[in-house]
Design a protein around this ligand. Structure first.
Ligand SMILES: CC(C)(COP(=O)(O)OP(=O)(O)OC[C@H]1O[C@@H](n2cnc3c(N)ncnc32)[C@H](O)[C@@H]1OP(=O)(O)O)[C@@H](O)C(=O)NCCC(=O)NCCS
Length: 196
């Protein structure tokens, strides 16, 4: 699995098969940004207010994010550096949750994003926490909020690829390996070169 696909081996959120209601196509669902469905969100372990009191501001859009600083966090955790303009475009097409530390507003200390169709399916990518801030519950905080946002959008099928060393982290967040025996597959040509 190429490193840039690291956050996304086959794990899927438990019991998240699309309900019959969500598979019915209506004119409303055909809108680019459909109104939020009444799907239950996720119970947050730590509230936004509590994070705020610890000096972390919660952001639920990519607005204001320092893309270069995000790239630096990627590099510090061992992800490949991305071309900044391509990363910026990826963010524009993603649901994004990140935390900034009070004094440096645009610099992300924790980040997660998901891309998908906005209705049925989403894939989680680029879950990172600044190395000096790992182990403080921030990874859980951004992932819970990202799943919460997606669930509130009515997105029922949320999947990701996990490196072996972080499978335990995602299990704690209710992601299951090979749910119902379904195996994830990725287009994977060793000879293929793609721009980062
Ligand atoms: C994986 C990562 C996002 C976790 O973020 P974090 O802020 O350090 O994790 P948290 O403090 O929120 O941990 C939440 C829980 O997950 C557990 N956990 C964290 N990392 C874990 C791991 N690698 N394996 C198993 N459990 C893990 C914690 O012990 C904690 O459990 P608890 O609530 O029972 O105490 C972070 O370590 C990171 O950025 N790693 C490098 C990038 C990476 O590998 N991203 C994932 C790519 S697939």
């Amino acid at each position: 699995m190429p490193t840039q696909q690291a956050c996304s081996a086959a794990a899927a959120l438990r019991s998240r098969r699309p309900s019959p209601a969500s598979t019915t196509t209506t004119s409303r669902q055909l809108r680019l940004r459909p109104p939020r469905a009444a799907t239950a969100g996720v119970r947050l372990t730590v509230s936004d207010a509590e994070l705020e009191s610890r000096g972390f501001a919660v952001r639920r859009t990519a607005e204001g994010i320092d893309v270069a600083a995000l790239n630096e966090v990627f590099v510090r955790v061992g992800f490949p550096r991305r071309q900044e303009e391509r990363l910026r475009r990826a963010l524009e097409h993603s649901r994004v949750v990140w935390l900034s530390a009070g004094e440096e507003e645009g610099r992300p200390v924790a980040f997660a994003r998901a891309a998908g169709d906005g209705v049925f399916n989403a894939v989680v990518w680029d879950v990172v926490v600044e190395p000096s801030s790992q182990g403080l519950g921030l990874g859980r905080a951004v992932m819970e909020r990202l799943v919460d946002e997606l669930r509130r959008d009515g997105v029922a099928n949320i999947v990701l690829y996990a490196e072996t060393r972080v499978v335990g982290f995602y299990r704690l967040l209710d992601f299951a390996m090979d749910p119902d025996g379904i195996r994830g597959m990725a287009y994977y040509r060793k000879s293929a070169t793609t721009a980062a």
